[in-house]
Design a protein around this ligand. Structure first.
Ligand SMILES: O=C(CO)COP(=O)(O)O
Length: 214
């Protein structure tokens, strides 16, 4: 399973969490990575952890004030990027452009979507993976894999109907190893999670618990 820890803009120490993700990754068969804010990518990547961006824009070098250029994110040390997270929604044309920009910079891509219908559309854009995250469950501690298993199964089916090479992840409310196992049982190849680690008093022990059954 792939476990991607999204730090959002939580007030955690990104380097401390990154070091914990790195250490737990080294002690498990699961693949762990972290997605810090853009301003923290370089410091996080220096820990040696697999580092992802939370967003890139559908732009090239040029006059794009305030945008996130895929090449700059990659230069800072990211190896992949989320696109269209529920908290950073894009228009369809911009999702398409962001996937192309990320590919141009050799970044792995996960396009997020709210529901299985959107997952099908996202898979058609040719990302490496898609992630279904029902917004109503994000940050609640109620895991999508247990509260709404149909949404995960239907997302897996929707992506497979469009392009069977696109992996499916799920996220929202995931905080325990049982939640991750349940996601895998529903056909997800990984999970996105945030508050369960970024808001934990002890992120390292939260991560250890999370990967323990994997
Ligand atoms: O949005 C998420 C990951 O990208 C999920 O957030 P929570 O794990 O806090 O529900």
């Amino acid at each position: 399973m792939f476990v991607l820890v999204n730090l959002k803009t939580y007030p955690c120490d990104p380097v401390e969490v990154a070091a914990a993700v790195r250490d737990v990754n080294d002690a498990t068969d699961a693949r762990l990575a972290v997605a810090p804010q853009a301003a923290h990518i370089e410091r996080v990547a220096e820990t040696g952890v697999e580092t992802w961006a939370q967003h890139v824009d559908a732009i090239e070098h040029g006059s794009n004030t305030g945008h996130a250029l895929a090449e700059s994110v990659a230069d800072a040390g990211a190896v992949g990027t989320l696109i269209n997270h529920s908290e950073r929604r894009l228009k369809l044309a911009d999702i398409d452009g962001a996937v192309r920009a990320a590919k141009r910079a050799d970044l792995e891509t996960i396009v997020c979507a709210n529901n299985p219908a959107q997952i099908g559309a996202a898979a058609a854009l040719g990302p490496d993976a898609v992630a279904v995250e029902p917004p109503a469950l994000i940050g609640t501690g109620t895991p999508v894999s247990q509260a709404d298993p149909d949404v995960v199964e239907n997302a897996v089916e929707a992506a497979a109907n469009v392009d069977s090479s696109v992996s499916v992840l799920c996220g929202a409310g995931i905080s325990t190893g049982d939640d991750v196992v349940a996601a895998g049982d529903l056909g997800a190849e990984g999970v996105l999670l945030a508050s369960g680690v970024a808001k934990a008093d002890d992120p390292q022990s939260a991560l250890e618990d999370l990967v323990e059954p994997l």
